[in-house]
Write a protein that binds this ligand. Sequence first.
Ligand code: KG4
Ligand code: ZN
Length: 366
Amino acid sequence: MLGIETSCDETAAAVVEEVDDQTRPWRMRSSVVASQVAIHREWGGVVPEIASRQHLRDICGVVERAMDEARTSMSAIDAVAVTQGPGLVGSLLVGVSFAKSLALALGRPLVPVHHLAGHIESLFLEHGPLPLPAVVLVVSGGHTSLFHVPDAGVYRLIGRTRDDAAGEAYDKVAKLLGLGYPGGPIIDKLAREGHDRAVDFPVSRMTHRDRVAPGKTTRFEFSFSGIKTSVLRYVRGQRMGPASEAMRGVRGEPAPQPRTLSAQEIRDIAASFQRVVVETLLDRTFEAARWAGAKSIGIAGGVSANSRLRGDAAIRGEEAALPVFVPSLHLSTDNAAMIAAAGLRRFHQGARAEWDLNAEASLAMP
Ligand code: KG4
Ligand code: ZN
């Protein structure tokens, strides 16, 4: 299976093969990722128009390289899998158009893949079949969603964020601290040298009324816009001094100049922010696992690269006697191997794309 992924700012292609081994049925033959991070960093975030144009420049070379590294040829490819959505529509279109043309030219079937199914299957690609039922947290720059996986290839959405994704909160907090983009890896690193209880940022909790509101289809919700605002307020307060000080300017005295936060203050803010985010993610995930009677927990997506999330999840898993699975770092962030793996799953379920397949920015989970 040749997988192609272009949903955001990574152009990726990979070859995954099925092998005769029940414990690890999928073998990654190659996985190539051309990251655009250096291009978007200049703008402080992903610029959709620039992203699509860069995908266009990179896609042919990335696919050729994936074929070379897999030491295979196009004639040996049995099917092509592509991310149909969700994501940036201009970015998705490049992958979808490329995959359609290639599959048509090769006379091979095309399999459409949901990006989050890819993140979930990254766990099965890495570890082989997880003990089921499982609860899987997909946590990235665009998503924070909890899935109940009763059987292989069946994904039921049981919770998601009602506002920002966790990765988005990392990116925004890093930006307001002047740390650059993407924020996750930088905050992760600084937080290791910070005091995680230095600042008492509030944990957002859903009220009972929120949880049982009519028309609600999910049980476990996240919210990360509140903590982002709390960090912003705290940082402003620290830089400007107490309100009475700031008021001096109003009474005709010179207003105090904002001060620069020290490196240690920034580390403490990073650590305190991260503690709250990780606790929120894990509280909800373990609560969902109890509710679902899960035999294992999976955590996937860009934020699953976070060292504290990985460490704390392992500790809690041991306490709850529940095995916790995370992908290796390469398979945590966006890649095409997970799309090829999810494509194999869908292929065996009989999924085939028509030639009028279109990119869907907000595709629903199958
Ligand atoms: O899955 P991904 O590559 O792309 C999306 O589908 O969004 O995830 C990217 C996100 C970014 O928000 C980035 O800041 C975050 O994952 N991230 C991290 C870490 N590494 C990447 N967040 C926290 N800690 C990390 N070590
Ligand atoms: Zn992703």
